[in-house]
Write a new protein. Structure first.
Length: 473
């Protein structure tokens, strides 16, 4: 690959940035959790992903203890990062889209078909989880092929994908996805440029590492047969960026480490006190002949063991240490973590469910504001994804829908209500709100179910006994 060509230069620059962001590097500076001065470098995306998967880095241990103590510390960790992400992602339920098509107040049927063909109910969640955890997520749209008559959308994470965004407008100008193909033992990269996707390969040893600096290997080459054009000169990759370009728990790694340290301490105290120290006072040291008594195998701890001791012998057992202070300290840190991340407290500390109703309402309100903010941040990128899918489709009617300004996501409810609450609100809203609004806003039915509800409602009216007119006066 010639790195002096425009495509080669872009490839090298994006590959370097992808590696540096994955490992937490900026030039010669490297992020480290024990930095004493602010380096203004983000922790590596791989580090953030380790916390998400419940595999955070362990504390340093003396070499002679490392093999045993580190295994013990690992068992004493708590994966709170996953709860911070799932509690928000669960409320970012994207159900449908409105487009430029007529009569799509309850969602565009064609958009719904493309979502089902692509399994987007799961892919949307994957994008949101990466967007929340890694601060960046991506969606790639591939035009239809002879084997697949519809555009394909894939969810991509920040470990393998990166874009170059215009600093003035924020629009993506180019993108790169790089991964390891273990089947063919080669590195593969897709370079997204306006109007085309170039495919590069590097056989042999991988260049995707978790440390050091990335260097451009001479073994990279362009695969001309796999490269393809993109219709209308479009860029087939969409970037999702979180608030301030940071993950939800990126600024709270010290708190997560502190919680894990205290949980491990609690676990350690319980473990070493499982067998209490016991002693017997007043036992004779010699027998009647003056010989020293060997008590090694006398006091065997077994269910059927009987001990015969002098009448004045006294048994002693050590008292366990009080671990309530450690346990309470963990709870307090979890409460602080919930407060600083705008997470509902009962999500990470179930005991908080018994707290005051007013306190729970305040926490829920702050969490609601947070979810609304994250929804607003992904609304425009999702409109861009649907625009690409409509633009790449072979259906003529889909081309008319490829207007980003007319595409609007339809979200699910932020909060679930009980049947009693829904029935009470529905009865009070009857006569003041349209029936379909009651179905979607109060009963929280998905827009896709409204047409079926209309049909069922019509059947009920058809077989309903007519009300006789009032008697004439």
């Amino acid at each position: 690959m010639d790195v002096e060509t425009p495509a080669g230069r872009i490839f090298k620059r994006l590959a370097t940035q992808l590696h540096d962001r994955r490992v937490g590097r900026q030039g010669s500076k490297v992020w480290h959790q024990r930095n004493t001065k602010p380096l203004r470098i983000r922790p590596g995306v791989q580090r953030l992903d380790d916390y998400l998967r419940g595999e955070p880095p362990l504390d340093r241990v003396a070499n002679e203890w490392k093999a045993h103590v580190r295994e013990f510390i690992r068992k004493g960790s708590l994966n709170a990062a996953d709860l911070l992400i799932s509690s928000t992602a669960n409320r970012m339920n994207l159900r449908d889209f409105r487009t430029a098509a007529a009569d799509d107040e309850m969602g565009d049927q064609r958009a719904r078909e493309l979502m089902r063909l692509n399994g987007m109910s799961v892919k949307i969640r994957e994008v949101h989880e990466c967007f929340l955890a890694h601060a960046d997520a991506y969606a790639i749209v591939t035009p239809p092929s002879s084997a697949r008559p519809y555009p394909l959308m894939t969810a991509e994470d920040a470990l393998q994908t990166i874009t170059h965004d215009d600093p003035a407008t924020g629009e993506s100008l180019a993108g790169l996805k790089m991964f390891r193909d273990e089947w063919d033992t080669e590195d593969v990269a897709y370079l997204h440029l306006p109007g085309k996707v170039l495919v590069a390969r590097k056989p042999g040893r991988t260049s995707i590492t978790d440390g050091g600096m990335w260097s451009m290997s001479e073994r990279w080459y362009w695969d001309e047969e796999m490269s393809q054009d993109v219709p209308d000169g479009r860029l087939a990759i969409v970037h999702f960026r979180n608030r301030f370009g940071r993950g939800e728990y990126e600024g709270h790694l010290p708190t997560l480490d502190r919680i894990n340290d205290k949980v491990a301490s609690e676990w350690w105290l319980i473990k070493i006190q499982a067998h209490r120290q016991r002693a017997i006072k007043g036992l004779p040291e010699t027998d009647e002949q003056g010989n020293e008594v060997d008590y090694t195998d006398v006091f065997v701890s077994a269910p059927d063991a009987l001990w015969q001791v002098p009448a004045d012998a006294e048994f002693w057992e050590s008292s366990p240490a009080d671990i309530s202070q450690v346990t309470n300290a963990v709870k307090h840190d979890l409460e602080r973590l919930a407060a600083t991340t705008s997470t509902m407290l009962h999500t990470i500390t179930p005991d908080a469910a018994s707290g005051s109703a007013e306190g729970a309402a305040l926490l829920r309100e702050e969490h609601t504001f947070k979810v609304e903010d994250r929804r607003d941040r992904v609304a425009s990128p999702w409109a861009g994804v649907m625009e690409l899918m409509f633009a790449f489709s072979d259906e003529p009617e889909d081309k008319k829908r490829a207007d980003r300004s007319q595409i609007e996501p339809i979200w699910g409810p932020l909060q679930r209500f009980s049947l009693t609450e829904k029935a009470d609100a529905s009865a009070k809203a009857t006569g003041t709100l349209p029936t379909e609004s009651i179905w979607t806003d109060i009963w929280q039915y998905p827009p896709a179910e409204v047409q079926n509800l209309r049909t069922l409602r019509g059947r009920d009216l058809l077989f309903q006994q007519p009300t006789p007119p009032p008697p004439a006066s």
